[in-house]
Design a protein. Structure first.
Length: 307
């Protein structure tokens, strides 16, 4: 049974989430544009259900980039990347130099004075992997040894153990596609409702899943394209493989809570009720909890790149 107090709480939390979304948009205007431009959409979208927790996640993920930029002598509005000697403000390279192309001329290494210098290109050296905010990382795939140098006998191409912030960001990247699908899905379903296994609710869930997969694959492709020069069907297939596993894990938690809400708490709720969206917001938290281990495994196995 829906109560007035619960409906008021739902309305207040929805208003808070909208304010958090506006805050993220404001903060993004104060920062350099990330290499993974899709993250400009991810962070505001996830605050539509995560609210203040989404702001904390955004600040946690982007703080590492700001610290690295200061440590490497980066100037405000410029993004300095190791390994190619390029500085990027809004996604472009100075002097027209390609981000993935090593600089011509004599190569130098870091001098220890806080300035980033072009590093030697070594096998397994990941020059384009972004950090949790969508900005490029400094260093190598393997944590052992000195940055920009390889040690004999070391397997630099082996996937490293993903850190918690990278897994969190990768999970939220997946969740952003689910969020968009669940915002659009109920209204699309209202235009052409259909039953699955004799239930309209199951039909709506099926539509939401397909819609989330389509949006999620696009999000994954955009992220992968920012880290690789590859394009076309192979990259689309990789994006589908990654998002299918991550999205399915997310939907398990999300549908699990929606089932509790529909069968045990309030019954089926129409999308014009604030409580419907409040239950959807809670289900997103549940989806994050079930998708986090899957994203950790995908990154640990090297299937999904750390974000």
């Amino acid at each position: 049974m829906e109560s007035t107090t619960l409906s008021l709480a739902a309305e207040l939390y929805m208003a808070l989430c909208l304010l958090c979304c506006l805050y993220i948009l404001f903060r993004q205007r104060q920062r350099p544009a990330p290499m993974m431009r899709i993250m400009l959409l991810v962070w505001p979208i996830i605050t539509l259900w995560a609210g203040p927790v989404g702001i904390w996640a955004y600040e946690t993920a982007t703080r590492g980039h700001d610290d690295r930029r200061r440590a490497h002598g980066g100037m405000p509005g410029m993004d300095m990347t190791a390994g190619n000697g390029s500085m990027d403000g809004n996604g472009g390279d100075m002097g027209g130099q390609n981000r993935d192309t090593p600089p011509s001329g004599p190569e130098t290494s870091g001098t220890g004075n806080g300035h980033a210098m072009p590093a030697h290109v070594m096998p397994g050296h990941d020059q384009t992997a972004p950090d949790p905010s969508g900005y490029p990382q400094h260093g190598m795939k393997n944590d052992a040894g000195m940055p920009g140098m390889s040690m004999p006998g070391m397997d630099m191409a082996a996937p490293r153990r993903p850190d918690r912030v990278s897994v969190m960001t990768g999970t939220l990247h997946c969740g952003a596609g689910c969020t968009l699908a669940d915002v659009i899905g109920p209204f699309l379903f209202g235009l052409a409702p259909f039953a699955l296994f004799g239930s309209l609710m199951y039909g709506e869930w099926a539509l939401d899943y397909v819609l989330a997969l389509i949006i999620g694959v696009f999000f994954q492709y955009a992220g992968l394209a920012a880290m690789s020069r590859k394009r076309g069907l192979p990259l689309w297939f990789r994006a589908f493989k990654v998002d299918f596993l991550s999205l399915t894990a997310w939907q398990v938690g999300m549908y699990g809570w929606m089932a509790v809400s529909a069968f045990l708490l309030f019954g089926p709720l129409p999308p014009d009720r604030p409580l419907f969206w409040f239950m959807m917001q809670i289900s997103m938290f549940c989806g994050f909890l079930t998708a986090y281990p899957m994203n950790w495994w995908l990154m640990r196995a090297g299937i999904k790149s750390p974000m």
